[in-house]
Design a protein. Structure first.
Length: 279
């Protein structure tokens, strides 16, 4: 839907406005009902009653521009429909996986960008890489092989991320009860965030319950908070998980201690999965 608000110069304007290039007639091609509607957007469609007097703020304009540009980038750089059916080559996937696994804890590849790692392991495995599927730019959603459903990924596949974020929130409550029945409580909250705004990684294993192990670079070292200088093996969560609560009771002398820990995992953003194809 973002494109309905974007004029030919890339500005966010109502299509009926003079800058919208539509004029009072709002030159609009006919399409099926609901075509181009973004069900997840907080911005109303420009021709809806709610948009008649709306004044978009900077965040809404930014959202519309991102929604407008991302599909075009994905369409241009995702793997094209091949003339022949895509090859599902277990031996090739195994080569890609081994090439990636062998780099773990080694110094980052090339310039240290995530792209360089995926490009190297695919090229070294005699598989096609992103340049085989379109022009390479810094912000493109690269294609790395034959597109597959995320639920069908296996070791050796390549993942492309856009605005991906994992937030793990841990809340720990401790209740201490004295022998006389008096008690006190203490609460601690910790938040761990993993952001992959524009990123590429190689799948090393599928661990079940929506969890993958991936090989990647240009990610932070949790020990330093800085970009890791080596290739890393990390856990990747594909979807949000309902809060999990665990409770432990123990005695410390005559004092009773009850620990309650709640862990909440939230996932947002997009991931595209690709099956390596032979050169």
């Amino acid at each position: 839907m973002g494109k309905d608000w974007i004029n030919e110069n890339g500005d966010v304007v109502h299509p009926n406005a003079p800058q919208g290039a539509g004029g009072p007639g709002s030159f609009r091609n006919p399409n099926p009902l609901g075509w181009g509607v973004d069900l997840h957007s907080s911005v109303p469609h420009p021709h809806s009653p709610a948009a008649r007097h709306v004044a978009l703020n900077d965040e809404q304009k930014k959202h519309l521009k991102q929604r407008h540009s991302a599909p075009h980038a994905a369409a241009h750089h995702a793997a094209p429909h091949p003339a022949t059916p895509p090859v599902d080559d277990p031996a090739l996937n195994a080569k890609v996986k081994k090439a990636a696994d062998d780099l773990v804890h080694q110094r980052v590849v090339g310039s240290g960008e995530c792209y360089d790692l995926a490009d190297k392991v695919l090229t070294d495995s005699k598989a096609k890489s992103a340049p085989d599927y379109g022009k390479i730019t810094k912000t493109a959603n690269y294609g790395w092989g034959s597109p597959i459903d995320l639920g069908a990924v296996k070791a050796g596949d390549v993942l492309q991320f856009r605005d991906h974020k994992i937030t793990i929130t841990t809340v720990k409550k401790v209740k201490t009860t004295q022998p006389d029945g008096s008690w006190t409580t203490a609460t601690k909250k910790a938040t761990e965030t993993h952001i992959r705004p524009h990123h590429t990684a190689v799948v090393s294993s599928v661990d079940g319950d929506g969890v993958l192990t991936v090989i990647e670079q240009h990610v932070k070292d949790p020990a330093t908070g800085e970009l890791s200088k080596v290739v890393r093996e990390n856990k990747l969560f594909l979807h949000s998980v309902k809060p999990k609560v665990s409770r432990v009771s123990k005695k410390v002398g005559n004092v009773s201690v009850e620990d309650e820990t709640t862990v909440t995992l939230s996932v947002s953003g997009e991931i595209w999965a690709y099956r390596p194809q032979p050169k």
